[in-house]
Design a protein around this ligand. Structure first.
Ligand code: PHE
Length: 456
């Protein structure tokens, strides 16, 4: 049914402007900043990658995010129902919502495993077993964890039950409140880490790597990776922001909120880069290490600070909290769809989501052990889910969302959402963003995807 479901009222927790900002930022900020951004930047040439990533965020990420939030706020329901209600009868735009739900499952299946590593590192940090500036030692500790099938599975199940438990209790507001208090601490800790990292011997080399572009490193696949990261970072292309938009108040300034979230999210990624790359170069790690980068460099940085062990515990706890906010927003998509579309109660929808994730997620959890040799398209399930979601599903969803707003929903409705029906002075912004959505973003995304996937 397209009627506003009562559960929306029950979790309509975005009561203040700051609450909206915190919740939206809580979704955007996650392991994408602390884990994915550093390792992708390291593996794809540093500054030149960063530049393409920022461009993708501005030209594609920003307009698509405003589009999604606007659609959600006007539709006031899950993404499938929203698109069904806003599209002309008989046009299948609601399939974007279905694809988004599948995307959520794929992302959650590997994301929950990285969160599992973070949780495990909280315990390891408490024991002090991984505090060393020797890459051999920190690398071996990480490999021991990820190549142990039992540990990988149990930590992941623990994470799924933890997040599911929060969703079952329906305490989005509680999480919001907690995240609101803890995000500033994460910010401060990152600043502290940056200060330590910048005082290291070869800090300069790290900064040059991060900020001095080498354009010869930019290939079509690097551009696709950067664009995929922009989608992943802003939680767009799969209905998360549409869902959150449905909780926005009608007087919320959508362009301003989007800009603030984008700026804060970008700053946190940059701080993570400044914290990590000087250490990478000083201690002789390879910047191209891939997904293990953060897990082997962070312990090395902390081994250089007084009280490093306690601070490292705090760091991983905060990383876990950041990840929790992002995971809740990811799981909210299938939960709300199963609940509102299939008529399952919210607890049942949550349990079904957890159950499906235990099964699908186990293939990611075992990708470094039991299933290490099980490859599809030359990738382990973990790598495949990561690749397909960021490089195909999210940008693909972005194309259709942009096309829908630009060519079907139209300027009057979109402009109405960005200006709150003329109450805000956002007309110029609305015109520019609409132009991007109608002509620039879809074509740009399509070309980058086809080139990056080597399809023409
Ligand atoms: N933006 C989150 C992060 O950076 C991940 C995410 C992607 C969350 C898509 C929701 C939807 O960690």
């Amino acid at each position: 049914s397209l009627a506003r479901p009562n559960t929306v009222l029950a979790r309509a927790g975005f009561t203040s402007g700051f609450g909206v900002l915190a919740a939206t930022l809580g979704s955007a900020v996650g392991l994408g900043n602390i884990w994915k951004f550093p390792y992708l930047t390291g593996a794809n040439g540093g500054a030149s990658f960063l530049l393409v990533y920022v461009l993708a965020t501005l030209l594609v990420g920003l307009p698509v995010m405003m589009a999604e939030i606007s659609l959600g706020r006007v539709g006031k329901a899950n993404p499938i129902s929203t698109l069904q209600a806003l599209a002309p009868k008989g046009q299948p735009w609601w399939l974007i919502g279905v694809a988004g739900m599948l995307g959520a499952f794929l992302i959650l299946s590997f994301y929950s495993e990285v969160v599992a590593w973070v949780f495990a590192y909280v315990v390891k940090a408490m024991r002090g077993s991984i505090l060393s500036s020797d890459p051999q030692v920190t690398g071996a500790a990480f490999n021991a964890l990820i190549s142990d099938p039992m540990q990988s599975l149990l930590w992941q199940w623990g994470v799924l039950l933890f997040i599911g438990g929060i969703l079952l209790m329906g305490v989005t507001k509680g999480i919001e409140a907690v995240t609101k208090k803890l995000m500033p601490i994460l910010f401060l800790l990152l600043l502290l880490l940056c200060a330590v990292s910048l005082s290291l011997d070869k800090a300069w080399e790290g900064l040059v790597f991060l900020f001095h572009p080498d354009f010869s490193k930019i290939t079509a696949s690097v551009v696709l990776t950067a664009m995929g990261l922009a989608f992943f970072k802003l939680s767009i292309g799969m209905g998360t922001m549409m869902t959150y938009g449905s909780y926005f108040r009608d007087d919320q300034n959508i362009p301003l909120t989007t800009l603030r979230v984008m700026a804060a999210d970008l700053s946190i990624s940059m701080l993570a880069g400044i914290a990590i790359f000087p250490a990478v170069f000083t201690f002789g790690f390879a910047p191209t290490a891939g997904p293990s980068l953060v897990f082997i460099t962070i312990p090395a940085v902390f081994s250089q600070i007084p009280m490093g062990q306690s601070l490292m515990v705090v760091f991983f706890v905060l990383a876990a909290i950041a990840a929790t906010g992002a995971m809740l927003s990811l799981m909210e998509v299938p939960v709300v769809i199963l609940h509102e579309r299939l008529g399952l109660t919210r607890p049942k929808a949550t349990l079904l989501t957890i159950f499906l994730l235990v099964i699908l997620g186990s293939t990611s959890a075992l990708s470094n052990s039991t299933l290490a040799d099980f490859k599809l398209f030359g990738m382990t399930p973990f790598d495949l889910f990561d690749f397909v979601s960021s490089n195909i599903i999210l940008p693909g969803g972005g194309i259709f969302i942009a096309l829908f707003v630009g060519w079907v929903w139209g300027f009057d409705k979109f402009g109405g959402a960005l200006t709150n029906k003329g109450h805000l002075q956002n007309q110029k912004v609305a015109q520019a963003v609409f132009f991007l959505l109608r002509y620039v973003s879809p074509a740009l995304i399509l070309v980058v995807m086809l080139k990056g996937l080597n399809l023409f």
